[in-house]
Every structure is written in structure tokens, then in C-alpha cells.
Design a protein around this ligand. Structure first.
Ligand code: ZN
Length: 434
């Protein structure tokens, strides 16, 4: 298996949910020489420095500053959450001789894909620590639950447009009568059960990622949407050459539930962080507006690849395929932020990186999905292009994508962060550094 793909798989395995994803990104950034900043404290920032800051343990923004004052920002935004099931506050449910976990849905998923797979539980807990509180991450790190299907003999219509009830049919079995998940949690964390005062816990698919296909051209994995783009952006900002502009990687939580949280794309997190960074370089509000006007943001979230079993679902001309290159997404009603200017700028990036690109537009009779680009630009009004990698089975517990596409995006993000790309009065100015 190629080194890049093996490392992507490791990244996804270490990121069962948004909290572990942020922790994994943090570890990799620290190893690469980035310094962690904390929103509660004054930022000690210097020209030429590399920094990152987190919010709510689930969103993270990393940035690299040039040696001189920057003229533009090169931003990649992606999301670290995936549709899944969240454990309710009272999570133990007795059912005959068994105990089920009481869950509710987080985001919109394909229910049928969650049945009959080994599941883990991951998230965070807030525990009593002396007179205060301390947040700790939790990962069961073992196959702890399964949502068993009903046998075909007992539900003959299960294959005929069956409508699933989350409350009735999607509750995972965790143990026998008397099992208390709070006790499991306390034991795993090595704390007293009564000292756990808060929990954000999610189910995740324990199945490992694989390379598949007759020539190993596809990948299958949980959470490709959107950890594949998160990973590519991270590789880019870590490995890019130092440049004259400001590089920014913004990883947001809560895209799957509309982004409207204090740490989501519809929050002040990005503008707060960028302003604090820019102001501490001795630049002012006027400089920040100039910087924003000269910048490009790449909103990276996976795209629907042409599906061989559902050809009729794709637009006849704008149908990207797996391993066909990075997908540039367009939408007349601006569900995607791409316009002629930002699309052209991104094509320049791809050309400099030597990677192919293709286009996606929804069929005109299909509403399609949404992403974080147009939400983020209401806070930071910057030229933005929506892109992604073609995949199948979006929001399944196990999705598929192309091996080559994953490599293309790593290359493109590295190139983007290494370029001098500045929006001018009339178009873009670019000076590649490949
Ligand atoms: Zn997504």
C-alpha cells in the first residue's frame, strides 16, 4: 500500500470522532513544530511562526505566518464531524435480559449501514478534579456494541422501502441485565462514576479502512467525508515551503448539523483567530480588510462521484468520477461558493500541482447537499471555491473513494500553501513555487 494511503488510514483510525480528530491533528502539528495557543490567554505571536488554537476541543485552526507582513491568506477549510449516533444523557435501557444504549441521531446518515457492525464509543467526559473540572477524551477502543438487524423471516418487507425508527430499531446492544455504561466509562477512565459530570459520547464504526478493486484503485473507510479533506489540508500546511503569505487550515465541527455552534463554520472562530493573529503582527482593521480582499479560501468537502448503479442521479455533463481529479463544485443558487474567479484561481493551483480537476453540478431536479463554504463566508467574506473528492455512499457508515484522488488533494494543498496567489483589482497574481 502506498505510504500516503497507509498514513491516511492511520489518521482516520485515530479519529473515531471530532474530539480525537482534533487531538490527532494537535499531535501532528506539535511534532511539526507548531505552537499551541489558547483562546483564554494572550497570543504571543511572531513573524515566521507556526501556531494553532482549538475551540470546544472539537474545532481547530492552524496558521503559518511569513517573515514579512502578509498580503494575502491562503485558507483551507474542512470538517471533522461525521453523521453518527450520540448517547443520550441517561444511556442505559433495559430490554429483557439485555441492556441497550439509548442513542439519538447526529446528522443525516444511511441507517441500514449501521446494522450488524462492531461499534465503539468515543468522545469526551468532564470529570471532577479537586474543586474544579477537567476534560478527558474517551475511546472504548474495543468492539463494545452492535445494532442487530431483525431476521428477514420476522420482517418480510425489510427490503421494500422500510422506514427505520431510530428510537425502536437503531439501539445498540451493549451487554446483559445490570450493565451500566457509566460504570464502563468510569472504569476505562480510571475515575469514580460520581465524578463524571458531563459527557459527549458517540458511536463509531470500528471497521478498518481498506484498499480495494482489481488494481487497488479504490479505498473503503468510515468517515471519508470529511476526514479525507482534513488529512490533505493538514499534510499541506505541515509540508508546504515557507512563503510570503499567511497559510491557514480551519477544521470545523458540526458541519453535519448545520454549523450553527460556537465552534462551527457559522461562528466567529475563524475571524476571531485571524484578527488576533494579524493584529498581533502590528497590523490594523484596515490591513485586515485588505488582506481578506486579496485572499482565497478552499472549502474542501467530499463530492458525489458518478454512481454506476444510479447513473440517472448525476448531471449529464458535470459528473465527476472516482480517480478523475479534484472536484470543483458549482451551484447557481450559491449552495457552493464557487464563481468564475475562485474556480479559475483553484485551477491555477491544480495546474501548478500537476493534478487533474473535474466539475460537479447537481442535476437541476435534485436539491443536493450543502457544506461549510457559504456559511463561513458570511463571517469572513473572502473569495471561496468549493471543492472535494468524488466518493460513493456519502453518509454511509462505510464510504468509498479513489486512491489517486486522495494523493491529488495532498499535492494540491501543499502547492496552494507554497504559492504566492494574490487577488488583485483585475484578477489574480500568481507565482508558483514547485
Ligand atoms: Zn462533508
Amino acid at each position: 500500500m502506498k505510504k500516503e494511503i497507509k498514513d491516511l488510514f492511520g489518521f482516520i483510525k485515530n479519529s473515531p470522532c471530532c474530539y480525537q480528530a482534533v487531538d490527532e491533528i494537535r499531535k501532528r502539528l506539535l511534532e511539526a513544530g507548531f505552537t499551541e495557543l489558547f483562546e483564554q490567554e494572550a497570543y504571543q505571536i511572531k513573524e515566521g511562526g507556526k501556531y494553532f488554537v482549538t475551540r470546544n476541543d472539537s474545532s481547530l485552526i492552524a496558521f503559518c505566518l511569513p517573515k514579512e507582513k502578509p498580503q494575502a491568506m491562503h485558507i483551507i477549510a474542512a470538517h471533522d464531524d461525521s453523521p453518527c449516533f450520540k448517547l443520550k444523557e441517561e444511556m442505559n435501557m433495559q430490554a429483557g435480559p439485555y441492556v441497550k444504549l439509548n442513542v439519538e441521531k447526529y446528522g443525516g446518515m444511511i441507517y441500514s449501514t449501521w446494522f450488524d457492525r462492531p461499534l465503539g464509543v468515543a468522545g469526551r467526559a468532564v470529570i471532577r478534579d479537586g474543586d474544579g473540572l477537567r476534560t478527558v477524551l474517551y475511546d472504548s477502543d474495543r468492539d463494545i456494541a452492535i445494532i442487530p438487524s431483525i431476521a428477514i423471516h420476522m420482517e418480510r418487507d425489510i427490503n421494500d422501502s422500510h422506514k427505520y425508527s431510530v428510537q425502536k430499531e437503531l439501539m445498540p446492544v451493549v451487554g446483559n441485565e445490570g450493565t451500566d455504561f457509566n460504570e464502563i466509562l468510569a472504569k476505562d477512565l480510571g475515575v469514580n462514576k460520581d465524578d463524571i459530570l458531563g459527557r459527549d459520547l458517540f458511536l463509531y464504526n470500528r471497521q478498518t479502512p481498506v484498499v480495494w478493486g482489481d488494481s487497488g484503485q479504490f479505498i473503503g473507510s468510515p468517515r471519508l467525508d470529511d476526514l479525507e479533506c482534513v488529512y490533505a489540508g493538514l499534510r499541506g500546511i505541515i509540508e508546504a515551503e515557507s512563503i510570503d503569505q499567511m497559510s491557514v487550515l480551519a477544521i470545523f465541527d458540526n458541519e453535519e448539523v448545520g454549523s450553527g455552534t460556537k465552534q462551527g463554520a457559522d461562528s466567529t472562530f475563524l475571524t476571531d483567530t485571524l484578527k488576533r493573529a494579524v493584529f498581533s503582527l502590528g497590523m490594523g482593521e484596515e490591513d485586515f480588510c485588505r488582506l481578506t480582499a486579496a485572499s482565497l479560501m478552499i472549502s474542501a468537502d467530499n463530492a458525489h462521484g458518478y454512481h454506476p448503479n444510479y447513473a440517472e442521479k448525476a448531471d449529464e455533463a458535470n459528473r465527476p468520477h472516482l480517480n478523475g481529479g479534484i472536484v470543483i463544485k458549482h451551484s447557481a443558487n450559491q449552495k457552493y461558493t464557487t464563481d468564475a474567479s475562485s474556480a479559475a484561481a483553484f485551477k491555477l493551483v491544480c495546474e501548478n500541482a500537476g493534478v487533474p480537476y473535474q466539475t460537479f453540478v447537481n442535476r437541476s431536479d435534485i436539491a443536493g447537499g450543502s457544506t461549510l463554504g457559504n456559511i463561513s463566508t458570511t463571517h469572513l467574506s473572502v473569495s471561496t471555491v468549493d471543492i472535494g473528492l468524488s466518493q460513493w455512499a456519502m453518509h454511509s457508515a462505510y464510504e468509498s473513494a479513489g486512491v489517486e484522488d486522495a494523493e491529488y488533494l495532498i499535492k494540491a494543498s501543499k502547492t496552494f500553501y507554497s504559492m504566492n496567489l494574490i487577488k488583485t483589482r483585475t484578477g489574480w497574481e500568481s507565482e508558483g513555487k514547485e
